[in-house]
Ligand binder design. Sequence first.
Ligand SMILES: [Fe+2]
Ligand SMILES: [Fe+2]
Length: 290
Amino acid sequence: MTTSPNEQLEVRAALSGTPLARRHEQTLGGKLARIPKALPWSAFRPSEHPRAALALATDFWMGLARGEYGAVGLFAKIATALTAAGAPFDLVYAATVASADETRHAEYALRMASLSGGKEATLSLDPAAFRAHLAPIANDEELDLTLVNSVAISETLATALLTACQRRASDRLSRSVLTAVLSDEVHHARLGWYYLAHRAPRWTTAERQRLADAAAEVVVHVEEEFWIGRDAPRSASVGARALGLLDSKSQRSVIDDVMENEILPGLDALGFGASRAWPLRRRGERRARR
Ligand SMILES: [Fe+2]
Ligand SMILES: [Fe+2]
């Protein structure tokens, strides 16, 4: 936290010095407004899709709704912690916008789950676990850690997965919703990386090492976590594709590609040596064989 000797929190109208600052200035200049577009909700025809594909789509959208709903609180507490740290305004602003984006994504995903499931979908959350998730970020180091794991890495993974889903989706509504969500996730991922670029010169060797260790822990488990996609029976595989669903094989190749071409180089640039952790990863194959 930035405090002066008399323990006052000094807040300046300063920006981060990263490319986010330029975007922020353009946004405040009215040049980069991100306004939600109307989505073609009435275009969805469940009868045109195989039942097995609709069941997998319901599972996909429910999973997404859960993640998005959690992300509302995640970015809200990040915004709170950034203000408590007197962080540059472009970072604070981006975190508050991200929280608002995630409310929209959670709503879209629940609506999609209802449409594909043929009945109103409801998120059911464990209150104690959800309260723990919403607990405030306690200090600068926890804030850095949150931005590494839950924003830079997670949002970059989400962007890559949703891009692959959006590219294969031929169903009009599915594609439109995926496009809308994706166009925001890109910004969330950037917030993570730009925040870390802003922070990196300020870390001590010990702080950097602790963050590197935490990132390595995520890196070695990520492939295993995403090993199983949504595999449709052969009769429904074309239908599942049309709804944007990724089978296991496609999902694994998306994860390997984004790890090797975006996430590991990004973490390495922060001095985390993540590409040394990647070959030590636990593969899902091993888990599946157990
Ligand atoms: Fe989202
Ligand atoms: Fe996001």
